[in-house]
Design a protein around this ligand. Structure first.
Ligand code: GLA
Length: 361
């Protein structure tokens, strides 16, 4: 019997999946209309649903072992339910019939570490709604609705990267995405390299408030510079006239966009890794979203001879680090670095490759 059956006493009508993602390069650039380079991870979220013929929705989360009941004109107060509710509302607003459903959510995407468990939940929910209603939503529309759901109903003014990655990326090639035009292409990892993701074990404190604050700073900097978004800053010396910390925020965005463009066109693992290292320094010093623990873990990764480059990944303020490694060294690198990290008094863990298989090529 499936988990849905066990909770709701019958089989689901549809089941859909969507993966988490790890961002290789291009951090905090998406809400500045810039460039990003995420890759999907093997861990995914599964959403099953059926029409229940009742007056209210029933939403069960297997991880939280909790069922929430709600109606569409009253948002549920439970945080996890806000994402699903938001997707239902967004689907409803574009004319999709979202009559009450029994919904079951199951996921092995690590939560709260910067691997987009929320986007995976949004995209899986919208894919399930698409399948159930046979609507003509394409994958980009699903990403846009998911992003709107997160902004409107979860209160994070996120960009479009995570939902685009969950909706369109693969686990074998990175997705090079221009977040202004949504032009995109798949980019192979440099030959002989593979992706390792380690969790710093530090919860992402301030992730939501700090994130929204950074976004507001970028908007203020763009206003002062007289450009629509920081993507349009061509010459970084334009930022010299800005007050701190806005000047440094602009430095990060402009330099990070340049790094993504270089990485998307480079075939050398060494060069790719050097760009990742520079990204971490910029996120630490100019964008100020790192923490001492992330800096320590990244430094240990960068010092390892089988690592081409490493950086914090996702919004920062805690969470995970990503490294590009020699493809046959992932496990020894993870073991060695996590041991040294433990000597510093911290407890990390390996997230990618997941224990179920290998990532990258
Ligand atoms: C979060 C947001 C994304 C992006 C990253 C930082 O994951 O959801 O839109 O801004 O942070 O790069």
């Amino acid at each position: 019997m499936s988990s849905f059956d066990a909770i709701f006493g019958c089989a689901p009508e549809v089941t859909a999946h969507a993966p988490g993602r790890v961002n290789l390069l291009g951090e905090h650039t998406d809400y500045n209309d810039g460039y990003v380079l995420p890759i999907a991870i093997e861990q995914q979220t599964t959403v099953s649903m059926r029409r229940n013929g009742q007056d209210e929705y029933a939403l069960h989360s297997e991880i939280l072992d909790s069922t929430v009941h709600f109606v569409l004109n009253e948002p549920p107060s439970e945080h996890f339910a806000a994402y699903v509710y938001g997707c239902l509302m967004e689907a409803h607003d574009v004319g999709i019939d979202t009559r009450p459903l029994d919904i079951h959510v199951q996921s092995d995407v690590p939560m709260g570490v910067g691997l987009s468990s929320s986007a995976a939940l949004e995209v899986a929910t919208l894919r399930a709604i698409r399948a159930l209603t046979k609507s003509a939503l394409d994958d980009v529309s699903i990403a846009r609705l998911g992003q709107r759901a997160e902004i409107q109903y979860a209160g994070v003014r996120c960009g479009i990267m995570d939902q685009m990655a969950s909706s369109l990326a693969s686990t074998t090639s990175a997705l090079f995405l221009d977040t202004q035009t949504l032009a995109r292409r798949l980019v192979l990892l440099p030959a002989g390299s593979a992706v390792l993701v380690l969790d710093s074990g530090i919860p992402r404190v301030l992730a939501e408030s700090g994130y929204n604050q950074r976004r507001a700073e970028c908007e203020e900097a763009a206003r002062l510079l007289g450009v629509p978004t920081l993507r349009d800053v061509r010459d970084v010396s334009q930022a010299d006239a800005l007050p701190e910390p806005l000047r440094r925020r602009v430095l990060h965005i402009v330099s990070e966009n340049t790094r993504v463009l270089r990485a998307a066109n480079c075939s050398s693992a060494q060069e790719f890794g050097t760009l990742m290292n520079a990204s971490h320094a910029s996120l630490r010093d100019d964008y100020e979203v790192s923490t001492p623990e992330l800096d320590r873990l990244v430094a240990l990764l960068q010092a390892h001879p089988d690592v081409y480059g490493a950086r914090l990944t996702g919004a920062g303020f805690g969470g995970a680090c990503v490294a590009l490694c020699q493809h046959d060294s992932l496990l020894p690198v993870a073991t060695g670095v996590l041991e040294e990290y433990a000597v510093s008094g911290f407890k990390g863990r390996m997230l990618v490759p997941s224990t179920g298989g290998a990532a990258g090529q």
